[in-house]
Design a protein around this ligand. Sequence first.
Ligand SMILES: [Zn+2]
Length: 261
Amino acid sequence: MTLVARFAALSFAASVGLFAMGCVVAEGEGVEGEDDEEFEVEPDGDERAAESASVGVDCSAKRTDTGYKGGKAYTITVVKADGKPIEIATASMYARMQKAAAASGVAIRVVSGFRTNAEQKYLYNCYVTKSCNGGNLAARPGYSNHQSGHALDLNSKGAGVQTWLNNNAAKYGFKRTVPSEPWHWEYWGGMVDGGCGGGGGGGGATPAPTSGCTSATLGKTVPLNTCVQSKFDGKWYQCLPGNDWEIRWNVPAACVSEHPL
Ligand SMILES: [Zn+2]
């Protein structure tokens, strides 16, 4: 009885977290071509800092935060990539892309990622008052692409980086969304490799393999890519490596079995 209760509590906690990520998916629809009309300063000045930062995706600082798209707030899960905060699904695919580029001898790094509303308020105030940040143009709080957590400024001046991205980033679901900013890339797809750099991040550790996930709804451990409709919120989840339940429609892999309520 105690054991069952513990499973239920654990899985419920996971479901709450995943529900939060589900909001990202909904908000991410139809973003292509939108522009916050905030012209960025090319990030080459930060390149050395990016090079010296820790490389790859790091989930040890995993947290939830409030992302914004078009002024609307939603909950996102934030991890770090190359030492910079970014949204977790974006990080998972970034890790895969970074590894592929590294295999071609190209070192891609995140120079700038997620920006909190407090940071955007600061920058916007600088723009309005011309008293800080060089008075650079900044979008209104809630309207910067970087508040989504899905936008990355990459080290486009790095050797071979821009060419590699132009030729390959689309294969990983990354798109340039601001024509005048070749360093600015966005990813609005699903989580891969169980998140947290499971695909490797230029030398990052591979997660320990797991045989499946614990389902409180079914009361047992199920194989990878099992899809279960949760008795807690009625939503569908899919089992990913690391006992990680992800919103079903956010996972490219097919379900190996389906368990409706
Ligand atoms: Zn940008």
